[in-house]
Design a protein around this ligand. Sequence first.
Ligand SMILES: Cc1cc2nc3c(=O)[nH]c(=O)nc-3n(C[C@H](O)[C@H](O)[C@H](O)COP(=O)(O)OP(=O)(O)OC[C@H]3O[C@@H](n4cnc5c(N)ncnc54)[C@H](O)[C@@H]3O)c2cc1C
Length: 585
Amino acid sequence: MNTSGSAFTLTRTIDETNFDVAIIGGGITGICVAREAASRGLKTILFERDDFGSGTSSATTKYIHGGIRYLEQYDIAVVRESLRERRVLALGAPHLVQQTRFIMPAWRWSKPPTALIGAGVLLYDTLAFDRNLKAPDSLRIPHPRWLSRARLLAAVPWLDQTGLQGAFAYHDTLNIHPERLLLAYAKSAAGAGAVLMNHMRVDDFISTNSDRMVIQGVEVTDLLSGESQRVLAKVVINAAGPWIDKVLGKLARGTGVGVDRSKGVHILTRPLGGPGRVTDAVFARAQSGRHVIVSPWMGKSFIGPTDTPISGDESSVVVDPSDVEIILDTVNSTMRAEEKKLTAADVEMTTVGVRPLIRATHAKDSGSKDDGPDDTETYSASRAHELYHHVDHGVDNLWSIGGGKWTTGRATAEEMVDALLANELKGTHSRFFDSRATAAAGTFAWAEDAEPFIVDAARSMKVLGIPLDIGEHIARLYGTEWTRIANVVEQSPLSAARVVADCLDIEAQIIFAVADEGARTLSDIVDRRLVIGTLGPVSDDTLRRVAIIAGPLLGWDEAVIEDQVRHESNRRAVISMHWRTPVEG
Ligand SMILES: Cc1cc2nc3c(=O)[nH]c(=O)nc-3n(C[C@H](O)[C@H](O)[C@H](O)COP(=O)(O)OP(=O)(O)OC[C@H]3O[C@@H](n4cnc5c(N)ncnc54)[C@H](O)[C@@H]3O)c2cc1C
């Protein structure tokens, strides 16, 4: 295969054992730290126990946003930082983001009342004062405006009309496929020299242990091969998101660092309002005080999130029937009477993630029920991030990162690497790197309109027999790496075939995923390299087809292929069966 273009090389053996920085966790936070550290010239390695982005980072509402809702908690600093980052991330990967108009309906009964919502929308706009700096046309964000009732209903016909006054319309940025944008940052990190390893769990720290514990590296196990390894690093960053406390548990000494976890669920349904009719995202707040965002996504409606505290010690969570019920009840209660309500039968798939929240020093005071959802003190928890320097806890060479948002991953990473260079890595040779003005790997150009690039790329692919709609799909998701998919098709024209009829993914993407994008399991391929796994159920036949193409590259014989298909099929069935099965008793 022609390997021209930027390559995301995934090293399965670590040639070196001495690094400047070892990172635990390959979510958006860890990946951004790897990109920042390697780009500044630090010898960097990252371990992810599952796949890159497979944790919370792939279970989001899919927005790079300021978080207008956090203004209710007066979290102005988080909103301002997020709005700044919204622009930075959009300019750095214009093909993978899309400006989206948000509609926030106002009813007579709305809480907060309409005037206050309006004040919030204006403040949101003011805090985004630099939103259009250097932005090309497609990424320019207009000022918010008031939509009359008639205009609102023309845009969103399914809304409950009783007491409906109109709506505020403002813009945020859709993260079209968070999994692939995260992968683009991973490729940036790898391109700058970082070693990134998935399915590698950090099992322990290597340390000297006396009064002070001095961390010297980590012990890791490859969960697919079973092999273990020791890797030395001058400093270790614990970027395990909602699981930073579990990682710290391996120290066997108190650090006082905790994390609050909350479960967030979304459902994917038929498109509300009819296919292609609603192009705006709707921020629908019901009389219960709960809200959901109804987003048009890949021809369907993506609705959520929930926000429920996780009280136990669970390391993974599942979607319960009550989670789906809450979302359905909330969205249905904002619909007009004539509208066909959503039912469980309309739910094509669900996503679930665990929010990493800074341990609350404040709990939501009881307040009246109407002030918001009554069982969700995490709903009002800050989305700020925090760096914990464990030198303060008698442990040298170890940092943990708490809280944060997908949107602020880059900013957190910049802060983290600044702190390393001011502390443990002071004096280490480093170089200048400005992640605020550097495009993610595969971006055709920083701060330019994506459409001309996508159209051109699709036309070029057409010459190879790839239909225009598929070419556009590939250019949008892979950026300049479309040429590498095209190379695969050139070598093997049959790989231009669709994986399934109703999805734009083609077989060449499977080959590229394994050969160049570090995919090691069926889930890595269908859920995070291709989009097919995020659009609804994937049949066993499709899984088998993917496995037969990927198998030879991964060293799978027929028996392993069948085993992989069975495993992935069961995993998917358990996820969807759990919430569909009524709880007894
Ligand atoms: C429902 C929901 C909706 C959201 N919507 C948005 C949104 O629209 N916009 C936004 O900006 N933010 C959103 N967020 C927040 C955002 O998703 C998270 O803040 C962010 O993804 C956290 O990233 P992370 O890297 O810190 O954690 P994660 O993505 O969870 O990454 C941590 C990684 O560490 C790994 N790990 C754990 N232990 C080990 C170990 N021992 N060895 C190796 N690896 C280990 C895990 O496998 C995991 O992949 C949302 C969150 C949720 C739950």
